[in-house]
Design a protein around this ligand. Sequence first.
Ligand SMILES: O=C(CO)[C@H](O)[C@H](O)COP(=O)(O)O
Length: 217
Amino acid sequence: MNQSELKKAAALAALDYVEDDAIVGVGTGSTVGYFIEGLGKLRNKIQGAVSSSDDSTAKLKALGIEVFELNNVDSLDIYVDGADEITPHKHMIKGGGAALTREKIVSAVAKRFICIVDASKQVDVLGEFPLPVEVIPMARSYVARELVKLGGDPVWRQGVVTDNGNIILDVHNFKILDPVSMERDINQIPGVVTNGLFAKRGADVVLVGTEQGVRTL
Ligand SMILES: O=C(CO)[C@H](O)[C@H](O)COP(=O)(O)O
């Protein structure tokens, strides 16, 4: 199976976690795209979704799924999203699609984070994938200098503007031995909106598409 087929298998397995009448938290990315396609077939069974990006909102609406404002929803049973890297501790790097801030907000509201990945996303130590950091545009140079002090090599993802009107710095060569501390330390830099480490709140269930079938962690 190729990588897309493994992503699709993991995404469709997440449909088993969708309960009747649910409002489903929905992430962003190609793996989530397969989940949204499957969710479309369940649209009469669920109330709707809360979305983490304009891209996912458009896909959900195109399939006739109602998209609720997060401010009008008290709690979500599940949030389903992909990841760029995930460890055995269920800590993740996310934000390859630049949607990290809304992903972190929507996932924070959910009782369970269901992470859907193909096997290539599994790592022992985070950091091979450059860590995305969403930054207020006027703080770009200052934040970049602070990230260098923390040991990384930030690169401005030129041409990308997030759904919140901000920019992304992708930080290369970070040694992420303590993801919880690093998530906190980066978020304390003035001008950082959030960073793509999901460690303080990691995933609760991981569905991994492998050649041998979907593994549940
Ligand atoms: O964090 C994300 C978007 O901001 C995605 O979940 C992550 O980049 C994985 O994407 P894909 O499913 O396309 O491999």
